[in-house]
Design a protein around this ligand. Sequence first.
Ligand code: MLT
Length: 256
Amino acid sequence: MNTVTVNGVRIAYHRRGRGRPLLLVHGFPLDHSVWEELAALLEDDFDLILPDLRGFGASSDPREGDRIEQYAGDLLAILNHLRVERALVAGHSMGGYVALALARLVPERLLGLGLIATQHLADAPERAAGRLALAESVLRDGLAAVAGDMSGRLTANADQVPALRELILRQRPAGVAGALRAMAGRPDSTELLRRFRLPVVIVTGLADALIPPERSREMAALLPQARLHELEGVGHMPMMEAPRRVAEALRELLPD
Ligand code: MLT
């Protein structure tokens, strides 16, 4: 793993493959390893950059009060460090929130967006309050409850549940709590998408138990240029449940 330090926070990332730069941004409460199978399918076409978001995997913990913009700033720091002028950015779920924050921060550094099992809307107040309460309980009691509750709802493929549970349990309470607070405070991205002109690919699993496919259809309606892929029998983890189909979808972001 390579690292870059941003205002005292160490951000870890992997780089593999060759071609167009493509940042793959993992979701909550996971790390870059969720991209493993997909990355193997994409590495002949893309220069893949696979960060661990702050607080996850090999990256160090977030700081008190970090917002989704700080998570996006970490991605920008990686691009600057690697002297990558412009990149495609594909985010899964929370990684999509971070990708949208990056598009807001430095639109001129993007080549296009992949939005995988994610959404443009901010949290409703009761959802945000629930996240803040969960952050407190994670800091007090650890990750067992989150791992137990989320692992079964992440994927429609029961065989993947134990590994996802282990992956969540490998994360750290401070990172998970920080991400919950950052998600709770994230802005709505409707206007950003309405004005967004670069290529966009949207992927949703029709069996997603966490973010309904309807959100992806709403995003596609805001983006006339977007290609929407609705995957039958797939839950919240399309890149693990249907890696070939996600790879095909992301290849649509390459110029003809
Ligand atoms: C994720 O998978 O990153 C989260 O479930 C997203 C969310 O809770 O909004």
